[in-house]
Design a protein around this ligand. Structure first.
Ligand code: PLP
Length: 390
């Protein structure tokens, strides 16, 4: 068999740090242990029944068996506009300011390809969702990190970024509610972001993947709620978390017309849009009752409360996340995020994600998902407590 080497650009893609974690977990399970896996970010609940029913009916419609319109059905984009108006009071033009995406991840990876040339600078949060790095590499762009520190509420401090980096920056990724820290943004931070981006002509991509998941009665702020946001950026929304549709692969981008047009141009070449039945079911998700979302958020909040209390009971000094379905927990003295994650896996049979996998500034933390029952979360805390580390 001939072996065909991968292109230079593929070889430069970051190695999937968490693939090795999955293997380690499998190895412990293969030894016969009951592992509580808090290391992943895969929603554990099914898609709400009314959305599944809409899909079942839509699949039977012959119109969807043909090619879909390249840039998505108008009814889908109109549903997005209705959703943004209803949820955030934001007006968007469905044809010019909305692009359908094959999941948020696809849009995030596409963005550098849409806007950047070789060597252009991208500002990326550290710690952050590793898929931002992939698009930067594919575009042969250059990544500069924006540290997210606990003392700054895990928001980037723009005035601390090196001046030459800011001068060169063309694109910036942000993500609140944040993966992995669980932090949320304030409207004033987004106002500061708009001014910063306007001043330095930086295109902002706000990843709003956890937009629905805010705790203590606080609804996470949309970047587009802030005046001037559409002049400098877009927001990327996904159905994966809000409606437990991670396997369906659908999301959308909303905001700046020129950025949306760039996504459309790239996608005109990559795809022939998305299966119409998925678009119809997704429109139902956006337009019909949001009771399922309220229930989901209540479930995550109850799990958060149970888990954080249980961890504090074993003496672990942890902060409760304000949003997302993750808790970002400080590693005790004497461990790195990897050695600590390894200890928890081998001795407590609890899998967590080492913070270093999310960037240099993730060191000193591990990320845990709230994606299992309260009983399992309590059990995980109890097992960790048995190690007498705190
Ligand atoms: C921060 C963040 N952004 C985007 C995504 C992508 O979600 P999807 O591609 O399922 O829409 C995820 C998924 O885990 C995420 O954690």
């Amino acid at each position: 068999m001939n072996i065909f080497p991968q292109s230079n650009v593929l070889q430069q893609l970051p190695k999937q740090f968490f693939a090795s974690l999955v293997q380690n977990v499998q190895a412990v399970i293969a030894e016969g242990h009951d592992v509580i896996n808090l290391g992943q970010g895969n929603p554990d609940q099914p898609t709400p029944a009314h959305i599944v029913r809409a899909m079942q009916q839509a699949v039977a419609k012959p119109m969807y068996h043909k090619y879909s319109p390249f840039r998505g059905y108008s009814f889908f984009k109109e549903a997005v506009a209705t959703f943004y108006k209803r949820e955030y009071g934001v007006t968007v033009d469905p044809e010019k300011e909305v692009a359908i995406l094959f999941g948020g991840k696809a849009g995030l990876v596409e963005m550098p390809l849409c806007l950047l040339n070789s060597g252009d600078v991208v500002l990326v949060p550290d710690p952050g969702y590793p898929d931002y790095w992939s698009g930067v590499v594919l575009a042969r762009a250059r990544m500069e990190m924006m540290p997210l520190r606990a003392e700054n509420s895990f928001l980037p401090a723009y005035d601390e970024l090196p001046k030459d980096v800011v001068r060169e920056a063309k694109l910036m990724f942000l993500n609140y509610p944040n993966n992995p820290t669980g932090a949320t943004a304030t409207e004033s931070f987004f106002q500061e972001t708009v001014s910063f981006a306007e001043k330095h002509h930086i295109a902002v991509v706000h990843d709003f993947a956890y937009g629905a998941i805010g705790f203590d009665g606080k609804k996470p702020v949309s970047f587009l709620q802030v005046e001037g946001a559409k002049d400098v950026g877009i927001e990327i929304y996904t159905f994966s978390k809000t409606y437990n549709m991670a396997g369906w692969r659908i999301g959308f981008a909303v905001g700046n017309e020129s950025m949306i047009e760039a996504i459309h141009v790239l996608q005109d070449h990559l795809y022939v849009s998305m299966f119409g039945a998925i678009q119809e079911a997704a429109a139902v998700a956006l337009l019909e009752s949001q009771q399922c979302v309220a229930e989901l958020v209540a479930t995550y909040e109850a799990r958060r409360n149970t888990f954080i209390h249980a961890l504090r009971d074993i003496g672990w000094d942890v902060q409760a996340p304000a949003g997302s379905f993750f808790a970002w927990l400080p590693v005790p003295n004497g461990y790195t995020s990897e050695t600590f994650a390894d200890l928890l896996l081998k001795q407590a049979h609890v899998a967590v994600a080492p913070g270093i996998g999310f960037g240099e500034h993730g060191e000193g933390y591990v990320r845990t998902g709230l994606l299992t029952s309260e009983d399992r979360l309590k059990e995980a805390a109890w097992r960790i407590g048995q190690l007498q580390l705190f």
